[in-house]
Design a protein around this ligand. Structure first.
Ligand code: SF4
Ligand code: SF4
Length: 131
């Protein structure tokens, strides 16, 4: 079933940007610490910035530039990025199918759910964009 795309913990440190190249609306963003902006590119690595947003300071502090972020207000639920042959580590899902986290990465130990609840990355995807 189609839904907005959610990027989860498996992207951390991998961040190969394969999803960026298949997104038709450039709504997958990378945090640029030097400019303190969330930026999307037409083609990954091209350096040509298509869209920009300001980050929410608290939300961006959780993962910073170690993971990519889908802007859920811009995602058209086209399904392209979460086809099984796109993400090499299975990090990106339709909103309806985000799994609970794994024990491998303690990404949010302060969370009462110990960071292993599937709602965490849905909320994080919404919180990270300040505008
Ligand atoms: S579902 Fe489509 S529009 Fe949404 S992030 Fe993935 S490729 Fe982009
Ligand atoms: S394809 Fe997967 S690992 Fe690569 S940037 Fe996208 S979500 Fe992250």
């Amino acid at each position: 079933m189609a839904g907005v795309a959610i990027i989860t913990e498996a992207c951390i440190t991998v961040k190969d940007r394969a999803c960026v190249d298949v997104c038709p609306v450039q709504c997958i963003y990378e945090y640029n610490p030097s400019t303190n902006r969330l930026q999307s590119e037409q083609q990954a690595g091209s350096g040509v910035v298509e869209n920009e947003h300001a980050p929410n300071d608290d939300a961006i502090a959780v993962f910073g530039d170690s993971i990519l972020y889908v802007n859920l207000d811009e995602c058209t639920s086209c399904t392209a990025c979460y086809q099984p042959d796109v993400c090499p580590v299975g990090a990106i899902y339709s909103e309806e199918h985000v799994p609970d986290g794994t024990e491998a990465i303690k990404y949010n130990t302060a969370d009462p759910n110990k960071g292993h609840d599937h709602t965490f990355f849905v909320a994080q995807s919404r919180a990270v964009f300040a505008d």
